[in-house]
Design a binder for this molecule. Structure first.
Ligand code: NAD
Length: 421
């Protein structure tokens, strides 16, 4: 199944429950704008390099478009489209004043020098600076990009429009980045995990976790779980997996991984087959690496009671239905991993106000924002007798549909949608 088909499947399921109507469904499913540009640079060897850049702006009825920018040799327009739409629903679930977007450049950052990457980034901004900006569209780091990329964007954009740090989020602290942004997705996942366990009557200290991915999201969430007293029994990265039934020392594994470039060879656990990671005996699975990893191939062997989606789109619709029927709670990506975009919003707020928040304030506001969304999702889940993903999509769609209606795209169906609680 293509990435966009999976997103549209979840969207349509929730839209049907909301009785949205075909017209509005089409409006909300299709992106407002898809841009494809050519970024031409002089490579270090003197030859010309051309790279294709994309920006998909899905919806901006609740505020400026917002979403990451990825550098990857196989940036696929279909995937960018689907991720842009996911961002619309994610920002709406989080109730932050943004819409959704995503972008990318078809390049392999591991094969380009620092200077070539800088040139590609500046060439891309030369092409799209008119359609981004603090009140238009605010990019952020994603796969293959980082705070340095964002710093180049601030610089290039500011050449056209004057000093504008709020044009992107995920910047270095020195250029207006926010405290807590780097760990925000993992921190947010941990707040979500605490709430879900509390609701299910599970004690963090007695809960066994398996985490796939030990990059930004996976390493931070695993460290927060470990720090909070939970037992992380297995962790995988792209090169292998380690297991310890008594719980891994995640901080030690983190240092090992920094020094050795992978979790392999860690003395505090035994190597295990990464392909069997999701079938290990545990209570909570946290996929925090790739999409499409919980599928019909492994869904029947999952023993966990809860799946918390750290990655975007890790569960295929087929597996999602199956897990729900089996009574396994799946905490959906558009809610679970929204900590990153929520703290991006705080960064933008700080830039606009020209006032810096301390880390305590960032975390306090993040927790409160996530708990508000969680209560709303649980309310819909109970009243509509549906799974948590459908409830989260219903919350998001109803918010976006209402602003669409309020802004003047009128239709009886739109106005009949009641305000979310
Ligand atoms: P990252 O590049 O920092 O880390 C990815 C990790 O996954 C690495 O440890 C890598 O080794 C591992 N990995 C790759 N292939 C694997 C495989 N086949 N098996 C096991 N591990 C594998 O990326 P990230 O920023 O941590 O993002 C991870 C996921 O979370 C992505 O789906 C991303 O879209 C999503 N996400 C990230 C953020 C964020 O703020 N970084 C926010 C929301 C969602």
């Amino acid at each position: 199944m293509r990435a966009s088909e999976a997103t549209n499947y979840y969207f349509k399921k929730a839209a049907k429950a909301l009785r949205l109507g075909a017209g509005l469904e089409t409006v909300l499913m299709n992106p407002r704008r898809e841009v494809k540009v050519e970024c031409v640079i002089e490579l270090d060897n003197g030859e010309l390099g051309t790279f294709t850049g994309f920006r998909v702006q899905h919806d901006n009825s609740r505020g400026p478009f917002k979403g990451g920018l990825r550098y990857h040799p196989e940036v696929d327009p279909d995937e960018v489209n689907s991720l842009a739409s996911l961002m619309t629903w994610k920002t709406a679930v989080a109730n932050i004043p943004y819409g959704g977007a995503k972008g990318g450049i078809n390049c392999d950052p591991s094969k380009l020098s620092h200077s070539e990457l800088q040139k590609v980034t500046r060439a891309f901004i030369d092409e799209i600076h008119d359609i981004i900006g603090p009140g238009l569209d605010i990019p952020a780091p994603d796969m293959g990009t980082n705070s340095q990329t964002m710093a180049w964007i601030v610089d290039q954009y500011s050449k056209y429009h004057g000093w504008t740090p709020a044009v992107v989020t995920g910047k270095p602290l020195e250029l207006g980045g926010s405290e807590g942004r780097e760990q925000a997705t993992g921190q947010g996942l941990f707040f979500v995990i605490e709430s879900v366990l509390w609701d299910l009557g599970m004690d963090l200290g007695k809960t066994r976790f398996v985490v796939q991915g030990f990059g930004n999201v996976g390493s931070w969430v695993a460290r927060f779980i470990h720090g909070g007293g939970g037992k992380v029994v297995a962790i995988a990265d792209v090169s292998g997996a380690v297991y310890n039934k008594d719980g891994l020392d995640v901080d030690a594994l983190w240092h090992h991984s920094l020094e050795n470039g992978s979790v392999n060879g860690f003395a505090g656990g035994e190597a295990t087959d990464p392909k069997k990671l999701f079938t290990l005996d545990c209570d909570v699975l946290v996929p925090a690496a790739l999409g499409n990893v919980i599928t019909k191939e492994n869904m029947q062997d999952i023993k966990a009671k809860v799946v918390v989606e750290g990655a975007n789109a890790p569960t295929t619709p087929e597996a999602d239905e199956y897990l729900h029927k089996k009574g396994i709670t799946v905490v959906p990506d558009i809610f679970a991993n929204s900590g990153g975009v929520i703290v991006s919003y705080f960064e933008w707020v700080q830039n606009v106000q020209q006032f810096r928040w301390k880390l305590d304030r960032v975390n306090q506001e993040l927790k409160s924002q996530l708990l508000d969304s969680y209560k709303e999702i649980k309310h819909i889940e109970r009243s509509s007798e549906c799974d948590m993903r459908t409830a989260a999509f219903q919350l998001a769609i109803s918010r976006v549909a209402r602003t669409t209606a309020l802004r003047g795209l009128e239709n009886e169906n739109f106005c009949m949608l009641s305000a979310p609680h």
